[in-house]
Design a binder for this molecule. Structure first.
Ligand code: GLP
Length: 241
């Protein structure tokens, strides 16, 4: 693991965007794994700025998002489909046919998980995966568990995650209870990984990810076993390192 500590949220996003931009510049048909949540917003803003200023070209790029809430249609403003359109895709020249997220409206989530995994494989696998981290050290929606979940699958969200994500909804009661998420193996198969975190409320999760035991009770800790991870944390999230 390599660790970059920045003195602001904006600089965290800038460091991350530089890595993503470098990947796309060197390999224009890169396959990116993308994350939602408030953490990567500054990275997306910076990437949009780079696209607009120097014409960073996304026309051959393919993206796969980590996860989606179950029961959320893409036009629902709280869906991750919508989030990605608003924060990133509509500002760059990516082709709609190269954008993929798990389908939270699928009838059969087992089949949807298999379909998603096959799609990733058919595009040659993920070159660079961007991750945020939950307060309970989840990545994607892989919650603390007794074992590491392998591939894309249906997840029941932890109460802590529901509470944390309720800030995007009118109330905790409105937060979906289930999601479909890439699994730990899906994430670990990526060639390169960057993990982002900001804020004091992420410090314990970052400590577990970077220097805790490797255990499914702290899903992000598995990243210690990945061959190429850059952890980019704003200093408050690095407080316990
Ligand atoms: C969400 C997402 C994760 C994200 C995490 C942190 O539940 N499924 O992919 O990394 O929680 O979110 P935030 O960046 O808003 O703190």
């Amino acid at each position: 693991m390599r660790l970059i500590v920045t003195d602001s949220y904006e600089k965290m996003g800038m460091e991350a965007a530089n890595i993503v931009a470098g990947q796309v510049y060197l390999k224009p048909n890169s396959v990116l794994g993308l994350a939602t949540g408030s953490t990567p917003v500054s990275m997306y803003q910076r990437l949009v700025a780079v696209h607009q200023s120097v014409g960073l070209d996304f026309s051959e790029v393919t993206t796969f998002n980590l996860d989606e809430y179950i029961g959320m249609s893409p036009d629902n403003p709280q869906s991750y489909h919508y989030f990605m359109q608003e924060n990133f895709f509509r500002h760059i020249n990516i082709r709609p046919e190269n954008v993929f997220l798990p389908n939270g409206m699928a009838e059969d989530m087992v089949a949807e998980g298999e379909r998603y995994e096959q799609l990733i494989e058919s595009r040659g696998g993920i070159d660079l995966q961007v991750l945020g981290i939950g307060q309970n050290a989840h990545i994607g929606f892989n919650e603390p568990d007794l074992k590491f979940a392998a591939t894309t699958h249906k997840v029941e969200l932890d109460e802590e995650t529901i509470q944390a994500n309720s800030r995007f909804f009118k109330s905790a009661a409105e937060v979906p209870r289930y999601a479909i998420s890439m699994g730990i193996k899906t994430i670990m198969m990526a060639e390169h990984v960057i993990l982002l975190a900001n804020g004091r409320n992420k410090a314990e999760a970052v400590r577990k990810a970077v220097c805790g035991d490797v255990t499914p009770e702290a899903p992000a800790s598995i990243l210690q076993l990945h061959r190429d991870v850059v952890v980019i944390v704003e200093r408050e999230a690095a407080a316990l390192l």
